[in-house]
Design a protein around this ligand. Structure first.
Ligand code: ARG
Ligand code: ZN
Length: 383
């Protein structure tokens, strides 16, 4: 967008219900950004006219979102008389084999409950050892609607367990280090996207005094909290929460990382979409003390990723690569002392956005695996 278009978009967001897909809110829209939004069907004609008048370049990515969501539903009616249950890849997270057949490589630990009372389980993957090993922490599903993210954590666990002993890098990694995986950070929100609203982003916490539900977990960490790129309005999709770590899921993860601070050498958090590999800072334009090294590792990881299917990623600090946004987990972990702190934004760049088709799940996981393994190998070499 150009300068007059920025004002147009901000005004639009004030007058009608606009769901920002990329970037996450109207406030962070600036000259030069591509903006992906969702608007209710009733405004379509009006918006079309306004866009034409504004002379802004535009195109329709998804004509009928409801139809697209229905087309990806877990329960699909068949043309035949009987309907059948189709288990999508993102379901049935940890079938028994992960626990039974690989119990010597993996242990589970509950780090607390979500707002709605679901247990948050961290998987520790690595060769058992009597001494404490250095570790990598990875979480998926901070934002509820970014379904490719939990799918990647599931893929990672399966790959780690099934290639240990045959893949030399994985074997060496898990011999020397542990990988903590939190498969779904925001379980309540994720469940809500399956049952009620596919486009939900936040947690599901409630407070008396507001009828709006949830806060953005990636604005709720104690890192320049709510200073920029976040909203103090509980109804906003980027609401920073009432206080840092007001969201119990954020507190549980922060407590776990603080408790294991001396062993955790890298923090990876998986989001979608935009094809980015971001690192601190996002709450300030200042460069991180380790900027050059973080950039070098990010570029190595991006080219490893690209080598498989040609998928292009952009790397850089959050604030300058996309927009400043405070309260993120990556900045918080970095300031705590976890040097290799990265946010992945997986496929795509907006064609399907959060509704990445099933056919792209496997290739996305495969290519992302290469980037994660690249970072892990680097961390391992530099312990
Ligand atoms: N799209 C992600 C978000 O808005 C980017 C996170 C980058 N890191 C950050 N601390 N803002 O949450
Ligand atoms: Zn996200």
């Amino acid at each position: 967008v150009q300068d007059e278009h920025v004002a147009f978009i901000k005004d639009l967001a004030k007058s009608i219900e606009v769901d920002f897909w990329s970037p996450e809110s109207a406030e962070v829209v600036t000259v030069g950004t591509d903006v992906d939004i969702r608007v209710p069907a009733i405004y379509l004609d009006m918006l079309y006219t306004l866009l034409q008048q504004s002379d802004m370049e535009h195109s329709v990515l998804i004509e009928d979102l409801q139809a697209a969501v229905d087309g990806q539903a877990d329960l699909k009616p068949t043309p035949r008389a009987h309907s059948y249950t189709k288990r999508s890849f993102s379901h049935n997270f940890f079938p028994d084999w992960t626990v039974t057949s690989s119990s010597c490589l993996m242990t589970k630990q509950v780090i607390g409950n979500t707002y709605e009372g679901r247990a948050m389980t961290v998987l520790k993957i690595g060769k058992a050892s009597s001494s404490t090993k250095p570790a990598i922490f990875m979480d998926c599903g901070i934002h509820a609607r970014e379904w490719i993210s939990p799918a990647f954590c599931q893929w990672f666990v399966k790959e780690a367990l099934s290639t240990y002993g045959t893949d030399s890098q994985m074997t060496s990694l898990l011999d020397q280090m542990d990988v903590y995986v939190l498969p779904v950070f925001n379980i309540d929100g994720y469940d809500f996207t399956h049952k009620s609203n596919r486009m939900w982003r936040k947690t599901r916490s409630r407070r008396s005094g507001s009828s709006c539900i949830g806060a953005d977990p990636n604005r709720n960490f104690d890192a320049g909290w709510c200073s920029m790129g976040a909203s103090s309005n509980p109804c906003s999709d980027t609401f920073c929460g009432y206080t840092p770590e007001s969201e119990i899921e954020v507190k549980n993860v922060a407590d776990f990382i603080r408790r294991n601070k001396s062993t955790i050498k890298a923090y990876l958090t998986i989001h979608s979409y935009s094809q980015l590999l971001l690192f601190p800072y996002s709450y300030t334009y200042d460069l991180a003390a380790d900027h050059n090294e973080l950039m070098k590792v990010a570029e190595g990881a991006s080219s490893a990723l690209r080598s498989l299917y040609g998928t292009r990623y952009t790397s850089g600090p959050g604030a300058t690569t996309i927009y400043p946004a405070a309260g993120g987990s990556d900045d918080w972990a970095y300031d705590l002392g976890v040097k290799y702190s990265y946010t992945f934004e997986l496929r795509d760049t907006g064609r399907y956005g959060f509704l990445l088709p099933e056919s792209q799940i496997k290739p996305t996981c495969e290519e992302t695996m290469l980037a994660v393994k690249y970072i892990a190998a680097y961390v391992q070499k530099n312990l």
